[in-house]
Design a binder for this molecule. Structure first.
Ligand code: ADP
Ligand code: MG
Length: 296
């Protein structure tokens, strides 16, 4: 087994006002309530012709089940370090699922495939092109078998929450990128999954739209109390959104370190002018660009 124990952050590097807790990625914790997600020594190998390629290597972590609130977990690392692979293993989506070795547990049970308890938002806007905004948001509720009137009410309330009132009858081609992601978020959250998996959902948006989407997401997540796994390669995005950040590198994809962060009260734009927030960003940057992270 390879070494996945993370480097400990230096205390001097920690910002003064914000409590940044850096710790080794835990190897397991069994409480009375099973963890929301647990990886036990998970590796994923792909085959390219005769070659074997390690997308994830010996990844171990635990996201505990916090009473009455979910956590916001950011997966941060460069392209190709296995972030999407990790996310899709939680989702139970092929070809990343199943792992080549190790165990992926959700709520204490091995993942056997996709399930209604987990929902995914992708970077490319995955609305159904032949459905209106309303029908897109109703989609998961239809699958759940909710009666027509009830699903319409739920869909309309989510459309309002994501700020798309008045656009209910538009088709995806009539919407901007930001609006399409609002539809995807409304559609995903409307079915109330306990785990929301987001794979660089704001990666294709312009900076202004991205800020407003980050703020909206945090506002909705506080109401939802679900656990979010959010993939990004933006350090500031991870620093703003994450209760904890999993720093990854690779290939082969490895989990380097888990860093717990305080939650800012300000908007993403306002927080960037705070010196202690900039220190958190600098800390994450230094860890990502450290020789250990670079694998040398
Ligand atoms: P990230 O999301 O961090 O950019 P991925 O999880 O998509 O990284 O991929 C990790 C590595 O696994 C990459 O080198 C990628 O080329 C490889 N990989 C991902 N999916 C497949 C696949 N279906 N077949 C072969 N290799 C894959
Ligand atoms: Mg990816």
């Amino acid at each position: 087994m390879s070494d996945v124990s993370p480097a400990k952050s230096s205390t001097e590097a920690s910002p003064k006002n914000w409590e940044v807790k850096s710790k080794e990625v835990p190897t397991g914790s069994e409480g009375p309530v099973p963890p929301v997600v647990q990886f036990k020594d998970v590796s994923k190998e792909f085959h390219r012709g005769k070659d074997r390629f390690l997308a994830l290597e010996n990844v171990t972590f635990v996201v505990e089940n916090l009473p009455d609130c979910g956590e916001f977990v950011c997966l941060l690392g460069p392209s190709g370090c296995g972030k999407s692979t990790l996310l899709r293993l939680i989702a139970g989506l092929e070809p990343h699922f199943p792992p080549s070795s190790g165990e992926v547990l959700v709520s204490g049970r091995p993942v056997l495939g996709p399930g209604a308890d987990r929902a995914m938002v992708f970077q490319d806007y995955t609305s159904y092109p032949n459905r209106t905004v309303l029908k897109n948001v109703e989609f998961g509720l239809e699958i759940q078998g909710k009666p027509r009137a009830e699903r319409r009410d739920i869909a309309k309330s989510w459309i309002a929450k994501v700020g798309l009132q008045g656009h209910e009858n538009k088709y995806p081609y009539e919407l901007s990128g930001g609006m399409k992601q609002r539809v995807a978020i409304a559609r995903t959250l409307a079915v109330r999954p306990s785990i929301v998996l987001m794979d660089e959902p704001f990666g294709a948006l312009d900076p202004e739209t991205r800020y407003s989407m980050q703020e909206l997401l945090i506002q909705l997540w506080k109401e939802m109390q679900s656990t979010v796994f959010f993939v990004t390669h933006s350090i500031t995005e991870a620093a703003y959104l994450g209760d904890r950040v999993y720093l990854m590198n690779g290939p082969p994809g490895r989990l380097l370190e888990e860093i717990k962060l305080p939650r800012p009260e300000e908007s993403p734009l306002e927080v960037e002018s705070r010196a202690d927030f900039r220190e958190v960003v600098a800390l994450l940057k230094s860890k990502i660009h450290s020789p250990k992270a670079a694998g040398s």
